[in-house]
Design a protein around this ligand. Structure first.
Ligand code: FAD
Length: 317
């Protein structure tokens, strides 16, 4: 079932999760181990992230350097298929512009359609480390909106090859990303929201947000979206802070703030276990605030922390 239908038919707020494919060489069991403890909360859908290739230079004999392409976390589509097969839970594969030409995107979407997957989260992706700024593939998409438009065209039966006959339209429900604390490249929030509105006007049916630790910022973001007539459901993305190091790491990785109150709670902790407990308590508080605000779904970035997610979910669902 489509995410938007889950939301529209729900009688109470939904629980959903995002998982990352395991590092290359690790088995699928780690995925099942991450999902199993959360089954009791009946996740309505499970997002599976997509990780593009990176380029590294490896030293070879004779002081030569070889440029090697590596993908640390392949397997998004295979994991989606495994989840459907094992749990019969809806999946949302993430699909990105980076590394894909339009033709490769079309073929990837055809694979998803054949697997019976009718949800995608359409994203641009980040710049790879060897490039300072995002560079689309030749004949690829520069922004997520272009990807949204391609999927919408396929949903109408318009493929890139125009001489196909008797084509089957795809049926994807499209989600897109939103940033309560603004996307780091956008000069200001209004600019970013105008582009978010354009993605929705192009056909995105819901928004999933970047993680945030200050609920007031999310509420302000939703209110601004509504003022700008972005009227689709906005799903808050929640990450449980589980280590002291994340206080400095997460702002760097995701361009978000850690509120002073949370930092002070973490500072008081004497052990790693106490830090995790403080992170769980903070997320329970946030979850309750979000449910009170009327969020249709709480979406947890599990990041290998199913036990912490289970503690939060059991306090709020
Ligand atoms: P866009 O919507 O294209 O926006 C990118 C920037 O360009 C913004 O600053 C925006 O304001 C601006 N912009 C947009 N359209 C235009 C335009 N037409 N003209 C000028 N400026 C424009 N990354 C992955 O690689 N894999 C994942 O699985 C993944 N999952 C994610 C899930 C969520 C919920 C979120 C929030 C992010 C995820 N990301 C993932 C990260 C995401 O790819 C990056 O944040 C990326 O830098 C931006 O993606 P976007 O889809 O928001 O881009």
């Amino acid at each position: 079932m489509k995410v938007i239908d889950h939301i529209n038919r729900a009688k109470s707020p939904l629980f959903s999760i995002e998982i990352l494919p395991p590092l290359k060489g690790k088995g699928i069991q780690s995925i099942f181990d991450a999902i199993d403890p959360l089954l009791e909360f009946k996740p309505s859908f499970i997002d599976v992230t997509y990780h593009r290739e990176e380029y590294v230079y490896k030293k070879r004999e004779g002081a030569f350097l070889e440029k090697v392409s590596i993908r640390k976390r392949p397997g998004t589509v295979g994991i989606c298929a495994a989840i459907i097969n094992k749990y019969k839970i809806d999946v949302v594969p993430h699909i990105i512009c980076g590394g894909f030409s339009r033709e490769e995107t079309e073929n990837a979407l055809i694979d998803l359609q054949f697997l019976g997957i009718d949800n995608v989260l359409a994203l641009r992706g980040d710049a790879i480390k060897s490039e300072g700024a995002f560079v689309p593939e030749p004949h690829g998409h520069p922004y997520a909106i272009d990807l949204v438009r391609q999927i919408v065209r396929m949903n109408k039966g318009n493929y890139l090859e125009t001489d196909l006959v008797d084509v089957a339209p795809t049926h994807f429900s499209i989600g897109v990303a939103g940033y309560p604390e603004k996307h780091f490249e956008a000069p200001n929030l209004t600019y970013d929201l105008r582009h978010l509105k354009a993605k929705v006007d192009a056909g995105a049916e819901y928004i999933v947000t970047q993680m945030f630790f200050d609920t007031a910022k999310f509420i302000e973001f939703v209110n601004k979206c509504r003022e700008m007539e972005i009227n689709v459901p906005i799903i808050p993305g929640l990450k449980i802070l589980t280590t002291r190091k994340q206080c400095s790491l997460l702002p760097k990785l995701f361009n978000i703030d850690v509120p002073q109150d949370l930092l002070e709670e973490i500072d008081k902790c004497k052990t790693d276990a106490a830090v995790k407990e403080a992170g769980v308590e903070w997320c329970i508080k946030q979850s309750k605030e979000l449910l009170k605000f009327g969020s249709p779904c709480l979406h947890f970035y599990t990041m290998g922390q199913s036990e912490a997610t289970r503690k939060v979910a059991s306090s709020v669902f």
